[in-house]
Design a binder for this molecule. Structure first.
Ligand code: ZN
Length: 290
Protein backbone atom coordinates (compact mmCIF):
# COMPACT_ATOMS: atom_id res chain seq x y z
CA UNK A 1 0.00 0.00 0.00
CA UNK A 2 1.31 3.41 -0.92
CA UNK A 3 1.07 6.05 1.79
CA UNK A 4 2.12 9.65 2.24
CA UNK A 5 5.40 10.16 4.08
CA UNK A 6 3.88 12.21 6.91
CA UNK A 7 3.06 9.52 9.46
CA UNK A 8 6.26 7.53 8.97
CA UNK A 9 8.44 10.63 9.37
CA UNK A 10 6.57 11.90 12.42
CA UNK A 11 7.03 8.46 13.98
CA UNK A 12 10.73 8.63 13.11
CA UNK A 13 11.15 11.97 14.89
CA UNK A 14 9.39 10.60 17.94
CA UNK A 15 11.41 7.37 17.85
CA UNK A 16 14.76 9.07 17.08
CA UNK A 17 15.52 7.12 13.93
CA UNK A 18 15.82 8.06 10.28
CA UNK A 19 14.06 6.80 7.17
CA UNK A 20 15.94 6.37 3.92
CA UNK A 21 14.62 8.01 0.78
CA UNK A 22 16.20 6.13 -2.08
CA UNK A 23 16.14 7.44 -5.65
CA UNK A 24 15.10 4.92 -8.28
CA UNK A 25 16.08 4.60 -11.93
CA UNK A 26 14.10 1.64 -13.24
CA UNK A 27 11.97 -1.36 -12.33
CA UNK A 28 14.84 -3.49 -11.02
CA UNK A 29 16.11 -0.58 -8.94
CA UNK A 30 12.70 -0.19 -7.34
CA UNK A 31 12.49 -3.95 -6.79
CA UNK A 32 15.87 -3.93 -5.03
CA UNK A 33 14.82 -1.08 -2.72
CA UNK A 34 11.53 -2.80 -1.87
CA UNK A 35 13.32 -6.10 -1.24
CA UNK A 36 15.67 -4.43 1.26
CA UNK A 37 12.87 -2.58 3.06
CA UNK A 38 10.63 -5.64 3.33
CA UNK A 39 13.42 -7.92 4.54
CA UNK A 40 14.25 -5.47 7.33
CA UNK A 41 10.62 -4.47 7.95
CA UNK A 42 11.46 -0.82 7.45
CA UNK A 43 9.24 1.94 6.09
CA UNK A 44 10.77 3.39 2.93
CA UNK A 45 10.49 6.36 0.60
CA UNK A 46 11.14 5.74 -3.09
CA UNK A 47 11.76 8.96 -4.94
CA UNK A 48 12.80 10.31 -8.28
CA UNK A 49 13.75 13.59 -9.86
CA UNK A 50 12.29 14.96 -13.07
CA UNK A 51 15.39 13.70 -14.90
CA UNK A 52 15.00 10.14 -13.63
CA UNK A 53 11.26 10.28 -14.36
CA UNK A 54 11.96 11.33 -17.95
CA UNK A 55 14.34 8.39 -18.26
CA UNK A 56 11.54 6.08 -17.06
CA UNK A 57 9.01 7.67 -19.42
CA UNK A 58 7.23 9.88 -16.98
CA UNK A 59 6.02 10.24 -13.41
CA UNK A 60 3.04 7.97 -13.95
CA UNK A 61 5.24 5.06 -15.05
CA UNK A 62 7.41 5.52 -11.95
CA UNK A 63 4.36 5.54 -9.66
CA UNK A 64 2.72 2.60 -11.44
CA UNK A 65 5.91 0.50 -11.22
CA UNK A 66 6.23 1.13 -7.49
CA UNK A 67 2.54 0.46 -6.89
CA UNK A 68 2.45 -2.72 -8.98
CA UNK A 69 5.65 -4.09 -7.41
CA UNK A 70 4.33 -3.41 -3.90
CA UNK A 71 1.27 -5.42 -4.88
CA UNK A 72 3.07 -8.24 -6.72
CA UNK A 73 5.81 -8.62 -4.10
CA UNK A 74 3.30 -8.55 -1.21
CA UNK A 75 5.18 -5.68 0.43
CA UNK A 76 3.78 -5.12 3.92
CA UNK A 77 5.78 -2.07 5.06
CA UNK A 78 4.68 1.53 4.40
CA UNK A 79 6.00 2.85 1.08
CA UNK A 80 5.80 6.45 -0.16
CA UNK A 81 6.43 7.54 -3.75
CA UNK A 82 8.05 10.95 -3.57
CA UNK A 83 9.01 13.62 -6.09
CA UNK A 84 12.60 14.73 -5.43
CA UNK A 85 13.51 18.38 -6.15
CA UNK A 86 10.38 19.22 -8.08
CA UNK A 87 9.86 22.57 -9.73
CA UNK A 88 6.49 24.26 -9.27
CA UNK A 89 5.28 22.68 -12.54
CA UNK A 90 6.71 19.23 -11.72
CA UNK A 91 4.66 19.16 -8.52
CA UNK A 92 1.34 19.44 -10.36
CA UNK A 93 2.43 16.70 -12.74
CA UNK A 94 3.53 14.33 -9.96
CA UNK A 95 0.30 14.92 -8.03
CA UNK A 96 -1.66 14.16 -11.18
CA UNK A 97 0.39 10.97 -11.69
CA UNK A 98 -0.54 9.72 -8.20
CA UNK A 99 2.64 10.39 -6.23
CA UNK A 100 1.91 10.19 -2.51
CA UNK A 101 4.50 12.81 -1.58
CA UNK A 102 6.18 15.76 -3.29
CA UNK A 103 9.13 18.04 -2.75
CA UNK A 104 8.73 21.54 -4.03
CA UNK A 105 12.23 22.95 -4.27
CA UNK A 106 11.63 26.68 -4.26
CA UNK A 107 15.22 27.47 -3.33
CA UNK A 108 15.97 28.39 -6.95
CA UNK A 109 13.09 30.86 -7.25
CA UNK A 110 13.99 34.50 -7.80
CA UNK A 111 12.93 35.53 -4.30
CA UNK A 112 12.11 33.95 -0.95
CA UNK A 113 8.61 35.45 -1.28
CA UNK A 114 7.95 33.37 -4.41
CA UNK A 115 9.21 30.24 -2.63
CA UNK A 116 6.77 30.99 0.21
CA UNK A 117 3.77 31.73 -2.00
CA UNK A 118 4.21 28.64 -4.14
CA UNK A 119 4.93 26.39 -1.15
CA UNK A 120 1.69 27.59 0.47
CA UNK A 121 -0.30 26.94 -2.70
CA UNK A 122 1.14 23.44 -3.15
CA UNK A 123 0.60 22.53 0.51
CA UNK A 124 -3.08 23.39 0.12
CA UNK A 125 -3.48 21.35 -3.05
CA UNK A 126 -1.43 18.35 -1.85
CA UNK A 127 -3.12 18.17 1.54
CA UNK A 128 -6.55 18.20 -0.08
CA UNK A 129 -5.47 14.89 -1.66
CA UNK A 130 -3.66 13.39 1.35
CA UNK A 131 -0.22 13.98 -0.20
CA UNK A 132 2.75 15.06 1.93
CA UNK A 133 4.94 18.05 1.07
CA UNK A 134 8.65 18.69 1.55
CA UNK A 135 9.92 22.23 1.04
CA UNK A 136 13.44 23.58 0.89
CA UNK A 137 15.11 26.57 2.41
CA UNK A 138 18.44 27.75 1.05
CA UNK A 139 20.46 25.72 -1.41
CA UNK A 140 22.04 22.30 -1.03
CA UNK A 141 25.60 22.27 -2.31
CA UNK A 142 26.64 20.30 -5.35
CA UNK A 143 24.75 19.53 -8.53
CA UNK A 144 21.36 17.81 -8.74
CA UNK A 145 19.86 17.24 -12.15
CA UNK A 146 22.05 19.94 -13.64
CA UNK A 147 21.00 22.55 -11.08
CA UNK A 148 23.92 23.78 -9.02
CA UNK A 149 23.74 25.82 -5.85
CA UNK A 150 26.40 27.06 -3.52
CA UNK A 151 26.27 25.05 -0.35
CA UNK A 152 24.97 27.08 2.51
CA UNK A 153 23.65 26.93 6.01
CA UNK A 154 19.91 27.57 5.93
CA UNK A 155 18.61 30.64 7.73
CA UNK A 156 16.67 29.39 10.81
CA UNK A 157 14.14 32.27 10.52
CA UNK A 158 13.42 31.34 6.91
CA UNK A 159 13.01 27.72 8.01
CA UNK A 160 10.44 28.85 10.56
CA UNK A 161 8.58 30.93 7.94
CA UNK A 162 8.34 27.93 5.57
CA UNK A 163 7.49 25.51 8.39
CA UNK A 164 4.59 27.76 9.38
CA UNK A 165 3.05 27.23 5.94
CA UNK A 166 2.13 23.71 7.04
CA UNK A 167 4.74 21.68 5.16
CA UNK A 168 5.15 18.11 6.39
CA UNK A 169 8.95 18.03 6.38
CA UNK A 170 11.71 20.43 5.52
CA UNK A 171 15.02 20.26 3.67
CA UNK A 172 17.55 22.72 5.00
CA UNK A 173 21.23 23.10 4.27
CA UNK A 174 23.49 22.26 7.20
CA UNK A 175 26.67 21.93 5.19
CA UNK A 176 25.54 18.89 3.20
CA UNK A 177 26.33 18.48 -0.50
CA UNK A 178 24.82 16.42 -3.33
CA UNK A 179 27.00 13.78 -4.93
CA UNK A 180 30.33 12.69 -3.53
CA UNK A 181 31.96 14.81 -0.84
CA UNK A 182 35.30 16.56 -1.48
CA UNK A 183 38.25 15.47 0.68
CA UNK A 184 38.34 18.87 2.41
CA UNK A 185 34.63 18.91 3.33
CA UNK A 186 33.97 20.66 6.65
CA UNK A 187 31.26 18.22 7.85
CA UNK A 188 27.70 18.85 8.95
CA UNK A 189 27.01 21.84 11.18
CA UNK A 190 25.29 20.43 14.28
CA UNK A 191 25.12 23.98 15.62
CA UNK A 192 23.02 25.15 12.69
CA UNK A 193 20.88 22.02 12.92
CA UNK A 194 20.18 22.83 16.57
CA UNK A 195 19.30 26.46 15.71
CA UNK A 196 16.86 25.29 13.03
CA UNK A 197 15.37 22.67 15.33
CA UNK A 198 14.81 25.33 17.97
CA UNK A 199 12.69 27.26 15.44
CA UNK A 200 10.70 24.43 13.87
CA UNK A 201 10.17 22.09 16.84
CA UNK A 202 9.14 18.54 15.94
CA UNK A 203 8.89 19.12 12.19
CA UNK A 204 10.86 16.30 10.52
CA UNK A 205 14.02 17.60 8.84
CA UNK A 206 15.51 16.20 5.66
CA UNK A 207 19.17 15.58 5.02
CA UNK A 208 19.95 15.75 1.31
CA UNK A 209 23.24 14.45 -0.03
CA UNK A 210 23.28 11.35 2.18
CA UNK A 211 26.14 9.69 0.28
CA UNK A 212 29.51 9.56 1.98
CA UNK A 213 28.72 11.37 5.22
CA UNK A 214 30.40 9.42 8.05
CA UNK A 215 27.80 7.13 9.65
CA UNK A 216 28.32 8.54 13.15
CA UNK A 217 27.71 12.07 11.81
CA UNK A 218 24.45 11.02 10.14
CA UNK A 219 23.37 9.31 13.34
CA UNK A 220 24.14 12.46 15.34
CA UNK A 221 22.03 14.47 12.88
CA UNK A 222 19.21 11.92 13.27
CA UNK A 223 19.32 12.27 17.04
CA UNK A 224 19.03 16.05 16.51
CA UNK A 225 15.88 16.02 14.38
CA UNK A 226 16.77 14.68 10.92
CA UNK A 227 14.17 12.06 9.98
CA UNK A 228 14.57 11.62 6.20
CA UNK A 229 17.91 10.92 4.62
CA UNK A 230 18.15 11.18 0.84
CA UNK A 231 20.40 8.57 -0.73
CA UNK A 232 21.02 8.54 -4.46
CA UNK A 233 24.70 8.42 -5.45
CA UNK A 234 25.51 5.75 -2.85
CA UNK A 235 23.34 3.10 -4.50
CA UNK A 236 24.56 4.13 -7.96
CA UNK A 237 28.16 3.60 -6.86
CA UNK A 238 27.30 0.22 -5.30
CA UNK A 239 25.57 -0.90 -8.48
CA UNK A 240 28.38 0.29 -10.75
CA UNK A 241 31.06 -1.30 -8.59
CA UNK A 242 29.44 -4.75 -8.59
CA UNK A 243 28.79 -4.58 -12.32
CA UNK A 244 32.41 -3.60 -12.98
CA UNK A 245 33.66 -6.47 -10.81
CA UNK A 246 31.48 -8.95 -12.71
CA UNK A 247 32.77 -7.78 -16.07
CA UNK A 248 36.40 -7.49 -14.97
CA UNK A 249 36.25 -11.07 -13.69
CA UNK A 250 35.40 -12.12 -17.23
CA UNK A 251 32.20 -13.85 -16.09
CA UNK A 252 30.16 -11.81 -18.51
CA UNK A 253 31.79 -13.84 -21.30
CA UNK A 254 30.77 -17.21 -19.82
CA UNK A 255 27.69 -19.12 -20.96
CA UNK A 256 24.67 -16.90 -21.47
CA UNK A 257 25.81 -14.19 -19.08
CA UNK A 258 25.15 -11.60 -21.77
CA UNK A 259 21.51 -11.99 -20.68
CA UNK A 260 20.70 -8.76 -18.84
CA UNK A 261 19.05 -10.80 -16.11
CA UNK A 262 22.47 -12.31 -15.45
CA UNK A 263 24.76 -9.46 -16.52
CA UNK A 264 23.10 -6.90 -14.25
CA UNK A 265 22.09 -9.19 -11.39
CA UNK A 266 25.23 -8.59 -9.28
CA UNK A 267 24.57 -4.84 -9.51
CA UNK A 268 20.96 -5.14 -8.40
CA UNK A 269 21.92 -7.54 -5.60
CA UNK A 270 24.49 -4.94 -4.48
CA UNK A 271 21.72 -2.34 -4.24
CA UNK A 272 19.76 -4.63 -1.91
CA UNK A 273 22.79 -5.21 0.31
CA UNK A 274 23.79 -1.54 0.47
CA UNK A 275 20.23 -0.36 1.08
CA UNK A 276 19.97 -2.80 3.98
CA UNK A 277 23.20 -1.48 5.49
CA UNK A 278 21.89 2.07 5.29
CA UNK A 279 18.49 1.17 6.73
CA UNK A 280 20.27 -0.39 9.71
CA UNK A 281 22.57 2.63 10.05
CA UNK A 282 19.55 4.93 10.15
CA UNK A 283 17.76 2.70 12.66
CA UNK A 284 14.47 2.19 10.83
CA UNK A 285 14.74 -1.61 10.64
CA UNK A 286 11.80 -3.22 12.41
CA UNK A 287 9.86 0.08 12.37
CA UNK A 288 7.54 -0.91 9.54
CA UNK A 289 4.55 -0.51 11.80
CA UNK A 290 5.85 2.16 14.16
ZN1 ZN B 1 18.60 16.86 -2.83
Amino acid sequence: MLVSATDMLNAAVEGHYGIAAFNTNNLEWTRSILTAAEELQSPVIIQCTRGAANWQQGFKVVKDVVEDLVDYMNITVPVAVHLDHGTYEDCFEAIEAGFTSIMYDGSHEATFEINKERTAELVKLAHSKGISVEAEVGGIGGVEDGVASNGELADPKECKAIADLGVDFLACGIGNIHGLYPADWAGLSMDRLAEIKAEVGDLPLVLHGGTGIPTAMVQEAISNGVAKINVNTDLQVAMAKATRAFIESGKDLEGKNYDPRKLLKPGYDAIVDRAKELIRDFGSDGKGWA
